[in-house]
Design a protein around this ligand. Structure first.
Ligand SMILES: [Zn+2]
Length: 257
């Protein structure tokens, strides 16, 4: 079985050796490809060097996380543009979006930066990877105002069936499902049938949100099969089906070779 982790921060300081050990551990667990999301300009160097050490298995998004924006993010957004124009191949723009849980006062700034980065994605023909926490109204407002229909994924999706419907109305979206789905009493399991297996992509968001039985510990990409097993159980499918369908969706959405 082959899996893809569509959102994992393996170059994070939480991992020793620049993340190399965790990449090897994940490959052994059947996670053949992992996508490293952009968060801030500061993290870009570590991410690029990790990706360069595993060219077969690692891909990258470029983008500015909504809680990593400076007071005037225009300069940083210009750097994102230069990265997209460079010879480095990014498979999407992310993680971008709205986070009013961490920074409610930054609402206007976040919406402007999200809009600008969505437009970059459209210009370069790339999907977007969205971080949305306590800001679905604002996220949908930006997406609905774009000049073309956006496509991409809502990373760390934890919403309701109603949220799924609202998101579908503004674009062509997949839903990133991570360890939250394994948590006891997770309401997310009730939402999975509304999403449907064909629209699910798997992710860990490592080092955060480790699935049960590692909840509260450091997460890493080798735990993807645990998330797949829960998705399979909830939807009444085999783990093989979940692996095949979600891997194909990830390859298709992010044009992964
Ligand atoms: Zn993330």
């Amino acid at each position: 079985m082959e899996f893809i982790d569509t959102h994992t921060h393996l170059s994070d300081e939480a991992f020793e050796n620049g993340g190399d050990d965790m990449v090897r551990k994940a490959i052994e667990a059947g996670v053949v490809m992992m996508i490293l999301p952009g968060t801030s300009l500061d993290e870009m160097g570590a991410m690029k060097s990790l990706a360069a050490r595993f060219p077969e298995n690692l891909r990258m998004f470029v983008g500015l996380h909504p809680t990593e924006l400076t007071d005037n993010p225009d300069g940083a957004i210009a750097v994102v543009r230069r990265e997209l124009e460079s010879c480095i191949r990014y498979v999407g723009v992310g993680e971008i979006g709205i986070d009013l849980h961490e920074d409610a006062a930054g609402r206007e700034k976040q919406m402007r930066a999200f809009d600008a980065q969505c437009r970059l994605a459209l210009e370069f023909g790339l999907p977007i990877n969205i971080h949305c926490r306590d800001g679905l109204d604002e996220t949908l407002e930006v997406l609905a105002g774009l000049p073309e229909t956006p496509r991409g994924a809502f990373h760390c999706f934890g919403g309701t069936a109603d949220d799924v419907e609202r998101i579908r109305r503004v674009g062509d979206f997949y839903f990133g499902i991570n360890g939250i789905v394994t948590f006891k009493n997770s309401g997310l399991r009730e939402t999975l049938p509304a999403i449907g297996l064909e629209r699910i992509v798997l992710e860990t968001d490592a080092p955060y949100l480790a699935p049960t039985p590692y909840r509260g510990k450091r997460n890493d990409s080798s735990f993807i099969p645990l998330i797949a097993a829960q998705v399979a159980q909830t939807l009444g499918k085999s783990v093989e089906d979940v692996a095949v369908v979600t891997t194909a969706s990830a390859r298709n959405l992010y044009s992964l070779a």
